[in-house]
Design a protein around this ligand. Structure first.
Ligand code: MG
Ligand code: MG
Ligand code: MG
Length: 309
């Protein structure tokens, strides 16, 4: 059976390019695999779509249901972020850089998670360890994923291992100017013109279980907060609709990657709890948190502490 390699729902560039890279790794090391993603090519986030086109990489196949399949996970291990029926599918490998989630297996598997800034960084090590050359386009995707996940090395999640991986992948990819690459990614990912508010909310969105409460956290990385000034009401309405589906809280991080801070928009059954999580007070429905860049390293741990997870 061909292994389907898939990243988390609402896939970001790391989830897309790591699926491509890990599928290439598995194929090169004797396991038949194909890259998949939990979206259609038409609905893929604009940054990843631009990168696939630029590097000449085929969009991974769409997967919505894992039933009866052999699955390899990249960039996540939470059932809530997987395709339908992941719990009953056969998970054969996991490569990640997040907290370990709630996926379990019946047999021993390849499980590789490291506290680095990007799954691409972990995969780069795996290729080296296996002595497998990374195809140029794949290396380009991995390089872009590291720049994306670490916000061009500015995120607190960035480690020396990520910088070292970029230095190596640059050579393989033949990409000299990573600043130019990052700015082209930022331009693509922060474009909001004409995009429905709900699509913006789900552009980079994850659900979490916090002590039995469903909490959704989206993030929009922006060159300036002015980009969303005219659509804040629309974004709130979209958040309200998503919250009404049975969530305790829906948060949207409007992150200014140049000023390095986040305007955090909050809809919650317990706003005091959310305020306490970030040591700040809401003005209306939002609060500006200087230095907040990372959902994984800053937003989620603070929420988990506040919820008593
Ligand atoms: Mg990701
Ligand atoms: Mg990642
Ligand atoms: Mg991300």
């Amino acid at each position: 059976m061909t292994v389907c390699v898939v990243g988390h729902s609402s896939p970001d560039t790391d989830s897309v390019t790591s699926a491509i890279a890990f599928a290439a790794y598995l194929n090169a090391t004797g396991t038949e695999a194909k890259a998949c993603m939990q979206t259609t090519a038409a609905d893929l986030n604009p940054e990843s779509a631009m990168l696939l086109e630029r590097f000449g990489l085929a969009a991974p196949e769409t997967i919505t249901d894992a039933a009866g399949k052999q699955i390899a996970l990249v960039d996540f291990s939470d059932l809530a972020q997987g395709p339908a029926n992941l719990a009953s599918a056969e998970v054969v490998a996991i490569v990640d850089h997040h907290k370990i989630g709630d996926v379990t297996t019946n047999s021993p598997i390849l499980f590789r998670a490291e506290p680095v800034g990007c799954t691409g960084t972990v995969l780069n090590k795996m290729f080296k360890e296996a002595g497998v050359a990374i195809p140029k386009a794949v290396a380009s995707g991995m390089l872009a994923a590291i720049l994306s996940d670490t916000v061009n090395f500015k995120s607190p999640t960035c480690t020396d291992a990520d910088k070292a991986a970029v230095a190596e992948l640059k050579v393989v990819a033949g990409i000299e100017d990573t600043e130019e690459l990052f700015m082209s990614m930022l331009k693509a990912k922060s474009s909001v013109d004409g995009v429905p508010a709900k699509d913006l909310l789900f552009r980079d969105y994850k659900d979490f279980d916090m002590k039995g409460n469903k909490v959704g956290v989206g993030q929009l990385e922006l060159a300036t907060l002015d980009q969303v000034a005219d659509i804040r009401e629309d974004l709130l309405a979209a958040m309200q609709a998503v919250k009404a589906e049975g969530r305790h809280s829906v948060l949207l991080m409007l992150t200014d990657v140049v000023k390095e801070g986040t305007d955090l928009v909050v809809l919650s059954d317990d706003t005091a709890l959310i305020e306490g999580a970030f040591g700040s007070k809401l003005e209306g429905t939002s609060m500006y948190v200087p230095g907040m860049m990372s959902r994984k390293k800053q937003t989620i741990p603070n929420l988990q502490k506040a919820f008593g997870c």
